[in-house]
Design a protein around this ligand. Sequence first.
Ligand code: TRP
Length: 338
Amino acid sequence: MVKKRVLSGMQTTGRLHLGNLLGALNIWVGMQDEYDCYYFAADWHALASNYEQTEELSGNLLDLGVNWLSAGLDPEKSVLFVQSLIPEHAVLHLLFSMITPIPWLERVPSYKEKLEQVANKDLHTYGFLGYPVLQAADIVIYKADYVPVGIDQLPHLELAREIVRRFHDIYGARVFVEPQGKMSEVPKLPGLDGRKMSKSYSNAIYLSDTREEMTRKIKKIVTDPARVRKTDPGDPEKCVAFNFHKIFSSPEQNLETEKECRSASRGCVDCKTMLAKNVLHKIGPILDRRAYWSGRNQEVYDILKEGSIKARKVAKDTLEEAEEAMKFNFSKLIPGVR
Ligand code: TRP
């Protein structure tokens, strides 16, 4: 039986935190056996909003590779690659840009929101408007069936399908596969202060934090604000730490925690000490693998190189098919250049 193909990308915009681990990485890892998986570092996408600060992007790529391997992505099972090493993505993006109506891009919700929200950068660029066209090219050049992403990305997948249909209509050949989003029910991990875990809120626990730093941060997690003294009864439903417990502690522990919080027989400090132990126990194997991979830069690059070579073969074939369909196949008429 032929496995269905999965593809997803992650921007190289910064360090990964526990929210990214639970939200995306664990899902990627879990799909490796059942699907033919392609995962890539979206460094061109990172460039779209960081074109003025490019120095960090290369360090971020290495950190991303280390985190992927630490989380359990396995180069024997999945193709791990780097977007900017596969120029075919850019060529297909260009071809798609010829047939994509501008209003389709202007109405993408993330486009409008980012333009309003991000005040410190000028995102009124051609590349930023075309961000989802590049994303469509990333996906369909591998004929991916499924794309594991967060809900915020669903409009991008819808647009990818619309571009595919338009391409098929205009050129009369079915070259691409219409990709479907693959959502999974993961409990959302809040930040230390209860807001969304995010670099920009300084409320994140990073995979690169030491165990001591993680413990220190966990002890700062906000608890029920009404529980001022240890003798005050608390309400776990109003406690951010309890949200963490739900993800990292056992159901039996959580029943007990709930009881002892409501009856004020356990204090928040003890409760978070236990939580820190559970978190570190759960992600211990990842931290150990991280210690192994940190500093093995060349090996990490070599893995990305192997993956990129494999990915490029697929991308080249699809691009050729697309150009053939468009009767725009000069690379076939004049071979040996590309
Ligand atoms: N836009 C995605 C994000 O911000 C990253 C991305 C780029 C992507 N290309 C992709 C995700 C292709 C899935 C498929 O998370």
